[in-house]
Design a binder for this molecule. Structure first.
Ligand code: ADP
Length: 962
């Protein structure tokens, strides 16, 4: 690229755009100017037309008003009469005065300058004021015609030598209506001064304007006579004249009959816009006109402004486009600058690459002489630049490479490029392998060889290492006692070692192409597949399993298998590597072991004893279910395998935990000891405990404990002892009973027999006999009571006693008992008192009344028997659903040790032999049996020496409830 010749392109589009805008702006300006001009002119024409119309109407009106004035005057009878009189008598002063004042009134009130009265002969007879009283030629010529016609006439504007000012006359004929022969007796001439009304009327303009003007004129032959004062020709003689031949003259155009408004020139020859009119009923024409220049003046001001706007617009557009162009240029040059910078950077970059490249870069000419070498080359070959430049590159070669030089060059020449390995030599003679990429290049027509080479010593070393490592791996692979196999991505085996082939019973060439599925036991295939998928997905780093293989002879072996995956640098699966250890014998041993374990477990669990195995540290090794049950150790504690917690459980249950701990300690000091002992629990259980050491290789490693629950046995033993004791006690009681019974029976029997004998003795008085029969009667009663008791007891014991439930009134029943005992003959003074708190109606109950009376009577009898003094209270209270009866005495009481026994049959507190009290020891046991039959319980409370209270309950069954 030649930067000098590069120029930014001429911005043609911008230039064309600018000119288009320029022309458009100018055209727009011109069009605008034209339209404005036309608008102004047409507006002015309309205005002029309107103004001239108005003027013409006003002039016509003015003229009509004047003629109307004249007509009115001519018909004024008073004036006509007076004028007529004056004609007859011209010297009548008074008349003259009157008429003069009339004339005066006319002149002063209207726009008349003079008023004259003239006779038919044109002599002025009366006038007012006194100036300009003469009749001029102009008028003279017209008077006869007026007198002749008798009509009011308004003359044209004129100037007569005799009258000093421009004027027009209103000629009013005065008619004598009385004299028919000469109707017109004279004239009233009223001279109108046009400066008063007419000219101002003509010249007035509705808007201020410098050049606007209305012209009133008439034609006189070839001339146009301007009647009014001209705005632009001041102080000249009246009635300026112009020739009608001036075609463009507005007045000429008016005479030619042109009536529309148009361009014209005025009396000065200046271009104007004019509106032409004819004043009807008069010789007058009218032109209203304004200088064209004035009309266009405002436009000219606008033109300046428009031009300014257009110029500014063009300038702004030009500047904008200029800036645009400038920016384009700046961009262009910046782009150029940047690309130049890039180019320089690139050049420098290549220089750097060349200089500092990690590869050796050499350029040689066609004769293989080095012309350029980079730093890396100098560093590698250890030559200085001067030495290397110019050196023939073949000299760098060593060994066989040197001989191959021309072969290699040939290939480069033919192919254009060639990559090959060679051996090069450094300056010090050391050789090294090198990889050369050589290329034929042409620089400006000359042939060069460029070579990029790399010292590949390291690579060669790595390759060597790799090869060695591969060899080692192959050796390990081949010689490994473990089966090893590699499969491709398709899981087909591509290599397997001899151990693998032997394990599976195949020859090496037979396994190639097979997959692991071919060897795997059908039961393990699906798990294999899942795990391989996970391995491929990277979810697991390796897949390890113990599974069964089917050998070629269909026998089954167990293999501990580890599969790993080998991936390439992209993470894609390259190979699967499997290593298999034959664990068949281990599996068989394990199965045997399991069998023996299960046997042991079954044995352990089938025994009724609790078994516990601990190690020498006291840690629980094993226990059976029974053990946990016996020791009531919760499963969760055992499951925790927390020996301390288990021991705590054991200890809390024992009756003597301290001694247990001592025994445990003793066992640790003598691990060989075989023990037997009995454990007693606080809840009454008994365990027999055996222990013996568990030995391994003749050495104690732990201890096996067995526990046998002997609680039942212990209880049975205790029961036997109790029964024996009871039988012995019963024997003793029976002996005592027999003693008692024989005593109790013998005593009344002796009395009966003795006194019966005495009855027959002579000398017995009646009183004695009476006494003897009483004794016999009492003794008989006593005997009967004893026999009754024995019979009752026998009935109770044989289960013949039946309860006979009936309605009774409790209160009445108790009162009867009370009465019975109150009248009883008593040796001591003992008061019996009853407490029956229930109201009579609530005391109707259902029970066995006979039994109830028997119980209470029995208790009261006992109370009497064991009470020497004091009182006996009895009665009942209501305690919930039970009635609680009591019999309370103040007698000898019962020592606490006797209290539980007194309800036993034949039991008496006093020994049978040395008894002080009568009785069989049956009463309370009968009471107890009856109370229980009625559905209650009996008890005693007593302080010895203070008295005893017997209480019993029966259900409170109200009558209505039965
Ligand atoms: P006994 O026929 O001997 O009275 P019981 O069975 O009625 O036979 O009484 C048994 C024993 O209970 C009596 O021998 C007596 O020692 C004692 N006992 C019964 N009632 C009383 C009492 N109210 N006060 C003191 N001891 C009593």
């Amino acid at each position: 690229m030649n930067s000098q010749t590069q120029r930014p392109a001429t911005p043609w589009p911008l230039i064309v755009l600018f000119f288009v805008i320029l022309v458009s702006a100018i055209l727009t300006g011109l069009l605008f100017y034209r339209s404005q001009k036309e608008h102004l002119l047409s507006t002015s024409i309309q205005e002029l037309s309107a103004i001239s119309d108005l003027r013409v109407r006003q002039i016509v009106q003015w003229r009509n008003e004047r003629i109307a004035d004249g007509t009115y005057l001519s018909q004024n009878v008073t004036l006509v009469r007076q004028f007529s009189k004056l004609m007859k008598n011209v010297n009548d002063r008074k008349l003259k005065e009157n008429l003069r004042s009339d004339l005066k009134a006319l002149v002063e009130n209207y726009d008349y300058r003079n008023a004259l009265l003239i006779d038919r002969e044109c002599n002025a007879r009366l006038f007012y004021p006194d100036t300009d009283t003469l009749i001029g030629d102009y008028l003279m010529a017209r008077i006869p015609d007026v007198i002749h016609k008798g009509e009011v006439v308004l003359t044209d504007l004129h100037l007569t030598g005799k009258v000093s000012f421009v004027h027009l006359d209103l000629l009013v004929p005065v008619k004598n209506y009385e004299n028919k022969g000469t109707p017109v007796i004279g004239l009233i001439v009223l001279r109108i001064d046009p400066y008063k009304v007419l000219y101002p009327l003509v010249q007035s303009w509705p808007a201020t304007s410098k050049t606007s003007e209305t012209l009133l004129f008439r034609a006189e032959g070839d001339e146009i006579v301007y009647l009014n004062e001209l705005r632009h020709i001041k102080n000249t003689e009246p009635f300026v004249r112009r020739s009608v031949t001036q075609e463009k003259l507005a007045a000429s155009m008016a005479l030619q009959g042109i009536r529309e408004s148009t361009d014209a020139i005025d009396y000065r020859g200046v271009p104007v816009i004019a509106s032409m009119k004819k004043v009807p009923d008069s010789p007058w024409y009218m032109v209203a006109k304004v200088d064209r220049e004035e009309i266009l003046n405002s436009l000219n001001e606008k033109v300046g402004l428009i031009s300014l706007v257009v110029i500014l617009f063009i300038l702004a557009t030009g500047s904008f486009l200029g800036i645009l162009w400038r920016n384009q240029r700046v961009r262009f040059y910046r782009g150029k600058y940047e690309s130049e910078l890039n180019r320089l950077a690139l050049v420098r970059h290549f220089d750097y690459i060349l200089k500092y490249a990690n590869d050796i870069i050499l350029l040689t000419d066609k004769d293989y002489n080095i012309v350029e070498a980079n730093d890396r080359a100098l560093e590698t070959y250890q030559y200085s630049r001067e030495e290397l430049i110019g050196m023939n590159i073949s000299k760098l070669r060593a060994g066989i490479s040197a001989a191959k030089f021309f072969d290699d060059v040939k290939i480069i020449n033919e192919e254009g490029h060639y990559t090959f390995e060679a051996v090069h030599r450094r300056k010090d003679g050391a050789t090294f392998p090198i990889e050369i990429s050589a290329r034929l290049v042409e620089i400006e027509g000359t042939k060069y060889y460029q070579s990029i080479s790399r010292d590949i010593t390291e690579r060669k070393k790595v390759e060597e290492n790799l090869k060695q490592s591969e060899d080692r791996f192959r050796k390990v692979f081949e010689d490994s006692p473990f089966g090893m196999a590699m499969t491709g991505k398709d899981l087909g085996i591509i290599k397997a070692n001899s151990a693998f082939c032997e394990m599976m019973g195949y020859k090496e060439e037979e396994v190639l192409g097979l997959t692991f599925k071919n060897f795997t036991h059908p039961g393990d295939i699906s798990e294999d597949e899942i795990s391989l998928l996970r391995l491929v997905a990277g979810e697991i780093p390796i897949y390890h399993t113990e599974k069964q293989y089917v050998r070629s002879d269909k026998s089954i072996i167990w293999g501990s298998t580890t599969v790993s995956i080998i991936r390439n640098y992209k993470g894609e699966v390259q190979l699967f590597f499997a290593m298999i250890e034959d664990i068949t014998s281990r599996k068989i041993a394990e199965a045997e072991l399991e069998k023996s374990f299960s046997l042991q477990k079954a044995t352990l669990e089938s025994t009724a004893d609790g078994i516990l195995v601990v190690d020498n540290a006291g840690k629980i090794i094993q226990h059976n279910q029974k053990f946990a049950e016996m020791w009531r150790i919760p499963d969760e504690v055992l499951r925790l395998n927390d020996d301390k917690a288990a021991l705590d459980y054991v200890i809390t249950q024992l009756k003597q935990p301290e001694s247990f701990m001592q025994q445990v300690k003793h066992l640790y000091s003598d691990p060989e000891a075989v023990t037997y002992d009995l454990l007693e629990f606080s809840d009454g259980r008994y365990f027999e405990r055996y222990s013996q050491p568990q030995k391994l290789g003749g050495k104690s490693v732990g201890r096996v404990w067995s526990f046998r629950d002997i609680t039942r046995r212990k209880k049975a033993e205790a029961d036997i002892i109790a029964a024996k004791e009871k039988a012995e006690e019963s024997d003793r009681l029976k002996t005592a009973f027999l003693h008692n019974v024989s005593h109790e029976i013998r005593t009344p029997m002796n009395a009966i027999l003795g006194f019966s004998t005495l009855l027959n003795e002579p000398g017995v008085t009646d009183a004695d006999r009476q006494q003897f029969t009483d004794v016999i009667f009492q003794s008989g009663n006593q005997l009967l009571s004893i026999i009754n008791d024995i019979v009752d007891l026998a009935s109770i014991e044989s289960g013949q006693v039946k309860i006979n439930m009936k309605e009774i009134n409790l209160n009445t029943t108790l009162r009867r008992i009370n009465d019975q005992f109150s009248y009883k003959e008593k040796p001591q003074k003992i008061i019996v008192s009853l407490s029956a708190p229930l109201p009579q109606e609530d005391a109707d109950i259902v029970t066995d009344g006979t039994k109830l009376v028997q119980i209470i009577s029995n208790l009261i009898n006992n109370a009497f028997k064991f009470t020497k003094r004091g009182k006996i209270d009895f009665g009942y209270t209501l305690a919930g659903e039970f009635l609680e009866f009591y019999v309370k005495d103040t007698g000898i009481g019962i020592a606490p040790e006797h209290q539980p026994k007194i309800f036993d049959r034949f039991y008496q507190v006093d020994s049978a032999v040395s008894r002080r009290y009568t009785g069989t020891g049956l009463g309370l046991s009968i009471c107890k049996a009856y109370v229980e039959l009625l559905g209650g319980r009996i008890s005693v409370a007593s302080d010895p020496g203070e008295g005893a209270t017997f209480s019993f309950t029966i259900p409170y069954i109200k009558k209505s409830e039965s």
